[in-house]
Write a protein that binds this ligand. Sequence first.
Ligand SMILES: [Zn+2]
Length: 285
Amino acid sequence: MPELPEVEVVRRGLADHVVGHIVESVTVKHPRSVRRHVLGGDDLSARISGLRVESAQRRGKFLWLTFDDPDTALVVHLGMSGQMLVQPADAPLEKHAHIVATLDTGAQLRFVDQRTFGGWALHPLVEVDGTSLPVAVAHIARDPLDPLFDPDAVVRAMRAKQSDVKRVLLDQTVVSGIGNIYADEALWRARIHGERIAARLTRPALHGLLAEVQAVMSEALHAGGTSFDALYVNVNGQSGYFERSLAAYGREDEPCRRCGAPIRREKFMNRSSYSCPRCQPRPRR
Ligand SMILES: [Zn+2]
């Protein structure tokens, strides 16, 4: 599943290859990929055909295009395996190309999604804290790479939570865009076990943790995103390679890069958490 840095890589690709161009037509080949658009694929196609793409935007892992129609945003859910590929119109269609938008350049923007958890939907835009957001994104907090991200406010919100700090990091209404991988990496860097109660951590500890989140995401972005899934590639078909530098996530029994203790894996919701038993002692309960 793509995390924030991967989504940002896709957003930049769209900004380079799609923004400024007119959508001439949209063909929906799989209804599941437009199931979030309640009026259906024909409506989606009719409403964006003829519009010029004005921007590619992101908050957390939410990605959307805006147009020269101020009432319409196209929200792209990448789901587990969604890709946004820009291809010449005569390039063979990918097997799982479920939505195809033809641009005035003659290129096509193709939504390719093997597992069909993702999709496209149109939403009106609303104003939240001076920022225009699709209705579907209005409840999502700013992410750590947002220029208006306010660490003081996020630390205050975190200190009000009597729940595990890792759960709070994943709470998209507190801070958005942090998924399982970057939560584990930031907690490892900050030497904090994810089961510690957020409200019991000091203000400096939480500021340090948010700084590590920002650092690990910036590094991943610089490296082109993390990719564990061969299905995930960015808008130009290149996959990321940040996974080589992960310190905790996915490294069960491998030595901690700081102290050499074998990294442990613990159950976390329906997934796993990775941490160092020596650098990140479990809280006493
Ligand atoms: Zn360690």
